[in-house]
Ligand binder design. Structure first.
Ligand code: GTP
Length: 803
């Protein structure tokens, strides 16, 4: 609504009083009332002052200073006694003034907008509170809605900038923002849409940008903004040319208006080596997706190019034929004659309802600031009065103002539609929340806390179960295995072992063997292997604990648990190893053994060997049942015969000095089982198990005998003695592993879990963690959607109330 047409309408209707009121109430308007009218107002004012309002029977004379033009109904004027007379007088005076004036027309809206804007170049025009609040709030709403989902019905309009390459889009946007920040270069540097939100911050001097998707925080240097935008754009490979995925950028400044703008790649005319034919189509498609309803199209056209050839106008006409949501921006006005420029801006040839704004955004040097560009633009239009006298819209400041108005207007018009869409979406979100989650609210923090508690609880249970006896069991079975290896190596592979009970009594050689065996056990790196064994058990356990709900969903969290568990154990590893080695050192020289220890050792040794015997017998049984007894017997016989023959032939060839030997009946006969290699293998396995079982039976018999019931006959019963040694090593090792490693681990781990998985995380990381669990993610998503839509709905209602 034109600010000054109201007084005209008022004059026409004989509503001089209303014009007077409007003159009184709106300071801003008064500035733009021409002098001749001011005189008329002043006279009318004098006349009105003669009226004694208190004599009039007015119930409540309104406070004029609070009046808005829209509040005044012209019907009310005649109803006020005395006012009709005032209006009559005013009419008389203003008509006379009008006649006297050379100007028969009041200034157009364009003139008013331009005057306001140019008087405030560089900074923003004085704020129109309602306009600012609505746009600001709706931009807030828009950004909130963007976090919900892409329901097209809930989209508030943005201003989409389109134009041919080099038409001056970037220069216009930079002039609006007041900073050089867009990517520059010949190599098609705008490859992705840049969704630019400008946020006017009147109470702050700070100017900065933010990339909400990148989380870089505030970027104060606009050169860095430019660099980041260039990197993000050039990350789109040449082969793809352009990408539909937008870059979000927000600029906070006291010098920018509240606007949402989208910069798009420029239309290309011809294609060259770097710009394949398909690129033209891709850019056109991308632009088309953005210039749809409800967006406002900022069609950038260069003044020195015929509007008939403007790609921007061509594209906008396709989707907005009547031009009701297209603003033309004519750049490079300095490159055309005044007459041509005026012709374009007159909006006659290619009319747009929102009109054309002419600008000059020419950069005169590399470091020219935006103020200088605007000053030189002002100077240019100042030197070309035809633009002003024709009441045309020119200059960047006019453009800014115009964009604010248009955006506000469109946003305002979208208000009802969007409110309905949001309400529908909110009802759905509330329904989902009720049905699926029974209105139960959760938070990412509470989920993380619960997950941590579960893990700590499980760890506590494990720690309870993994006491000293269990650790001993682990170390003992490791040393028992070592004991068996030593016995196999030192005793059981010796053909004299069956005579050991007799030989050991007379031959000191066997005492020496015993010392060697004991040394092999005590000097086998028990410190390192036992600590490593416990570490492995603990790590395996941590792996197990984190492989259950809810940790199965958190691969990174699980890895973190494994990493800090490992760090805790590694920090203590070497001390624990050294301690164990130091404390078992005496056993490397001598191991004393009480009768009681011997008896316990005897029991354990018998049990160990019996277990081995049972395993051997069971293995044999399995082979028998899988191969078949008879077949196995035959195969064993064959293997034995073949072995005998092989050793005989070996002997023969050795004695006959490698004379040629004839073919073997067994080995060279293709019908023999020798050619069933699998069966041969099984037969050999069975033979090994048989001889192992026989040996173990003999040794178990020996260990059970009276000879082995006393420690005096150590040399005859090495398995018992080594078992005693292993037990002493086990006790000592576990005692120190417990003190040096486990105590610390059990104490520290729950604290590390708290620190590393909760306290060290930012709010964003906590949220990301929670959303790794698909069930929680869905719950949070519905809940967040509902909450956001409730906030949006509240804001929309408030705005509707205000309008
Ligand atoms: N004389 C004059 N030159 C201008 C004006 N506005 C922009 N230019 C120049 O025109 C050239 C192209 O301007 P840009 O703003 O980069 O154009 P663009 O449309 O963003 O170009 P692309 O990003 O390549 O699509 C630059 O050399 C500007 O300095 C103007 O008003 N007058």
């Amino acid at each position: 609504m034109s600010l000054l047409r109201i007084p005209v309408a008022a004059i026409g209707a004989g509503g001089g009083a209303m014009a007077y009121m409007s003159y009184k109430v709106d300071e801003l308007q008064r500035e733009y009332v021409p002098d001749w009218m001011k005189d008329a107002f002043a006279k009318a004012n004098g006349f009105l002052q003669d009226i004694n309002f208190s004599d009039l029977e007015l119930p409540d004379l309104p406070d004029l200073s609070k009046f808005k033009l829209s509040d005044v109904s012209s019907d009310a004027i005649p109803a006020i006694p005395g006012m009709a007379k005032a209006a009559e007088k005013f009419d008389e005076l203003t008509s006379a003034a009008l006649e006297a004036s050379e100007m028969s027309q009041l200034p157009t809206q364009a003139e008013v907008v331009m005057k306001k804007a140019t008087q405030n170049h560089g900074s923003l025009p004085p704020p129109d509170e309602d306009l600012m609040v609505l746009t600001k709030k709706l931009i807030e709403v828009r950004n909130l809605l963007k976090t919900v989902d892409n329901n097209a019905k809930m989209t508030l309009p943005s201003i989409v900038v389109i134009g041919s390459q080099s038409s001056g889009k970037s220069s216009v946007l930079e002039a609006i923002v007041g900073h050089e920040f867009l990517p520059k270069g010949n190599n098609m540097v705008t490859r992705r849409p840049i969704e630019l939100t400008l946020i006017h911050t009147p109470d702050s001097k700070e100017e900065f940008a933010e990339f909400p998707q990148l989380g870089l925080g505030k970027v104060h240097d606009f050169k860095n903004v430019q660099r980041t935008l260039t990197d993000l754009n050039l990350a789109v490979p040449d082969t793809e040319c352009v990408s539909n995925s937008p870059i979000e950028l927000r600029v906070y400044s006291p010098n920018v208006p509240d606007l949402t703008l989208v910069d798009l790649p420029g239309y290309i005319q011809i294609h060259n080596r770097n710009q394949p034919a398909v690129l033209k189509e891709k850019i056109a498609d991308l632009c088309e997706s953005y210039i749809r309803e409800p967006n406002i199209i900022l069609a950038v056209c260069s003044a020195d190019v015929d509007l008939a050839n403007s790609e921007a106008l061509r594209a906008s006409r396709k989707v907005d034929p009547s031009g009701k949501r297209t603003i033309g921006v004519v750049t490079k006005m300095d490159l055309v004659e005044e007459e041509t420029g005026v012709g374009i801006l007159k909006n006659k040839d290619y009319p747009l309802q929102l009109g054309y704004v002419g600008v000059v955004c020419k950069k005169t040097g590399p470091d020219v600031d935006s103020q200088a560009i605007i000053r030189s633009e002002d100077a240019f239009f100042g030197n070309h009065p035809a633009y002003r006298s024709n009441r045309l819209m020119v200059g960047t400041s006019t453009l800014r103002r115009r964009l604010m108005e248009v955006l506000e207007d469109h946003m305002g018009r979208s208000l009802h539609k969007i409110s309905d869409a949001v309400q529908t979406e909110l009802d759905e979100a509330r329904y989902q929340f009720k049905v699926h989650y029974n209105d139960r609210r959760i938070s990412a923090e509470s989920y993380v806390a619960e997950s941590i508690d579960t893990l700590k609880q499980k760890f506590k249970e494990f720690a309870k179960q993994f006491g000293k006896p269990q650790v001993r069991e682990e170390v003992r079975s490791m040393l028992e295995q070592r004991l068996l290896d030593i016995c196999a190596d030192v005793y059981w592979s010796d053909s004299r072992v069956s005579n050991l009970p007799r030989l050991c009594l007379s031959d000191p050689f066997w005492q020496g063997r015993l010392d060697v065996s004991s040394g092999a056990l005590t000097k086998s790196g028990v410190g390192r292997s036992s600590v490593q064994l416990v570490v492995d058990v603990l790590m395996r356990n941590m792996e197990r604990l984190t492989s259950t709900e809810p940790w199965v969903h958190h691969a990174e969290g699980r890895q973190k648990v494994m990493d800090f568990s490992n760090d805790l154990l590694r920090a203590k590893f070497h001390t624990a190893v050294d301690q164990v080695e130091n404390t078992i050192k005496p056993y490397k020289f001598e191991v004393e053994c009480t009768e009681l220890e011997w008896q316990e050792g005897q029991k354990r040794a018998v049990a160990t060997l019996e277990k081995q015997l049972a395993e051997a017998q069971q293995g044999l049984q399995v082979i028998k049942s899988t191969v078949g007894r008879r077949k196995l017997r035959n195969a064993i016989k064959y293997v034995q015969k073949a072995d005998r023959e092989a050793s005989f032939r070996k002997q023969q060839s050795a004695t006959s000095n490698e004379l040629e030997t004839g073919p073997s009946e067994v080995l060279d006969n293709p019908d023999h089982p020798a050619f069933n290699l699998k069966l041969m293998e099984r037969a050999r396995e069975a033979l090994d198990l048989q001889s192992r079982a026989t040996l173990l039976q003999t040794r178990v018999g020996a260990l059970r005998s009276r000879q082995c019931s006393t420690a005096d006959n150590k040399a005859c019963c090495p398995e018992v003695f080594l078992s005693v040694v292993a037990e002493k090593l086990t006790y000592t090792a576990v005692m120190f592993i417990w003190v040096e490693l486990l105590n610390e681990f059990f104490f520290q781990l729950p604290r590390e879990i708290d620190n590393k998985l909760y306290y060290d995380l930012s709010r964003k990381e906590i949220m990301a963690f929670a959303k790794e669990n698909p069930v929680v993610a869905k719950h949070l998503e519905v809940q967040e959607k509902k909450t956001t839509l409730e906030i949006v709905m509240e804001k929309l209602r408030e705005l509707q109330r205000k309008r």
